[in-house]
Design a protein around this ligand. Structure first.
Ligand SMILES: NC(=O)c1ccc[n+]([C@@H]2O[C@H](COP(=O)([O-])OP(=O)(O)OC[C@H]3O[C@@H](n4cnc5c(N)ncnc54)[C@H](O)[C@@H]3O)[C@@H](O)[C@H]2O)c1
Length: 411
């Protein structure tokens, strides 16, 4: 089942639990606006190249729409649509005053030079500048884009609308980015893990962890879990997987990776087959790489007691059912990886205030938002007698439904 089908299925299940009437249910699913633009740029060799850019603005009942822009050859409108919808529920779960959006350009960023990427980003911004804005729709980085991409969007947008740093988040610190944004998703994953384990009388210290993915999210999550006394016993990335039952030395692995080393060449752990990683013995499994990695094929063999979905959509619905039957507790992505969007919100607030927070304040506020969302999510599980995924969906959908009704927008 693809991301759109799975998201829509979860939404419909939540709508039923909440007893939403069918008209409201339908109006919550229909995107506010779908934008498709042709972006033609001169390449460095003087030839012209054309790329298709998308922006789906799903819902703005709770505030300006928010979501990433990805540069990827397989950006497809259905997936962008699903991810925009997911952002609507995610911002509502986190209780940040935003709706949901997502965008992308069908291109291979690795095959474009820096100046071609800059021209493409500026042309895309010229085509959509009237439809995004500080109080309308605020893009952020996603796959294939980064702080530099946001800097170009901010600059191009400001040519039309005046100095507007709050039009994008995930900017470089020198242009109004927030301290703590780089670590935010991984830090949020650590706070979410701490909150979940506490429910079961456990803590990070004394628990064992397996982490798939050692990029932005995975490496921060691993470092922070290691600092809290958790034992990360196996890790994997696209270059291979490793194990050390006594606990991998995460700072040493970071150093190895930062020097360009591959996972499988790290001394201080044994190499394992990557197919063993997700089914490795551990207390907590944290997928931080791709979507759909837990499927009906490997779910029956999962040995973890808890799964923290740091990646987007790592668990197929079929795997979800199998894991639930096995008694594995799954903390869903729309809560577990919301640290990034929460600190993006702090960046936007700082830009509007014209006042920069120190990192300690950013982390303290992130902790408050993650804890508060967890308490509200748990309360929904109790009210609707449902699992954590449905607790998160009912929490998010209910907040958006209430805002829609209060604004008198029901169909
Ligand atoms: N970065 C954020 O703020 C953020 C926020 C919310 C959700 N997410 C989600 O978290 C996940 C990771 O994002 P990221 O920003 O860390 O990306 P990243 O590109 O920095 O890292 C991705 C990691 O996954 C690994 N990987 C890729 N293919 C793999 C494979 N076949 N097997 C094992 N490992 C593989 C890569 O080697 C890398 O270590 C994605 O699903 C993303 O959508 C990220």
């Amino acid at each position: 089942m693809n991301a759109l089908a799975a998201t829509s299925r979860n939404f419909r299940q939540a709508a039923r639990l909440l007893g939403l009437d069918s008209k409201l249910e339908k109006s919550l699913l229909i995107p506010f606006r779908e934008i498709k633009v042709e972006c033609t740029i001169p390449k460095d060799d003087g030839t012209l190249a054309s790329f298709v850019g998308f922006r789906v603005q799903h819902d703005n009942a709770r505030g300006p729409m928010k979501g990433g822009i990805r540069y990827h050859p397989e950006v497809d409108p259905d997936e962008v649509n699903a991810l925009a919808q997911l952002m609507t529920w995610k911002t509502a779960v986190a209780a940040v005053p935003y709706g949901g959006a997502k965008g992308g350009i069908g291109c291979s960023p690795d095959e474009l030079s820096r100046s071609e990427l800059e021209r493409l980003t500026r042309v895309f911004t010229q085509k959509i500048h009237d439809l995004i804005g500080t109080h309308t729709d605020i893009p952020a980085p996603d796959m294939g884009t980064n702080a530099q991409t946001m800097a170009w969007i901010f600059d191009e947008y400001s040519k039309f609308h005046g100095h507007s740093p709050a039009v994008v988040t995930g900017k470089p610190i020198d242009l109004g980015g927030s301290l703590g944004r780089d670590a935010a998703t991984g830090r949020g994953v650590m706070y979410a893990t701490e909150a979940l384990l506490a429910e079961y009388g456990k803590s990070i210290s004394g628990s064992t962890f397996v982490i798939q993915g050692f990029g932005n999210v995975g490496s921060w999550a691993a470092q922070l879990i290691h600092e809290k006394g958790g034992k990360v016993i196996a890790l994997g990335d696209v270059t291979g997987s490793i194990r050390n039952k006594a606990g991998v030395d995460i700072p040493a692995l970071m150093k190895h990776r930062n020097e360009g080393g591959h996972m499988k060449d790290f001394h201080g752990a044994e190499v394992i087959d990557s197919s063993e990683l997700l089914v490795h013995e551990c207390d907590v499994l944290i997928p931080c790489a791709l979507g759909g990695v837990l499927s009906r094929e490997n779910a029956p063999d999962v040995k973890a007691k808890f799964i923290i979905e740091a990646a987007n959509h790592p668990t197929d619905p079929e795997a979800d059912e199998i894991l639930t039957k096995k008694g594995v507790i799954v903390l869903p992505d729309i809560y577990a990886n919301s640290g990034g969007v929460i600190v993006s919100y702090f960046e936007w607030v700082q830009n509007i205030q014209g006042f920069m927070w120190d990192e300690e304040k950013v982390n303290m506020e992130l902790h408050k938002y993650m804890n508060s969302a967890f308490q509200h999510l748990k309360a929904m599980c109790k009210t609707h007698d449902c699992n954590l995924r449905m607790g998160a969906f009912t929490l998010g959908v209910n907040r958006v439904a209430r805002a829609t009704l209060l604004r008198g927008w029901e169909a």
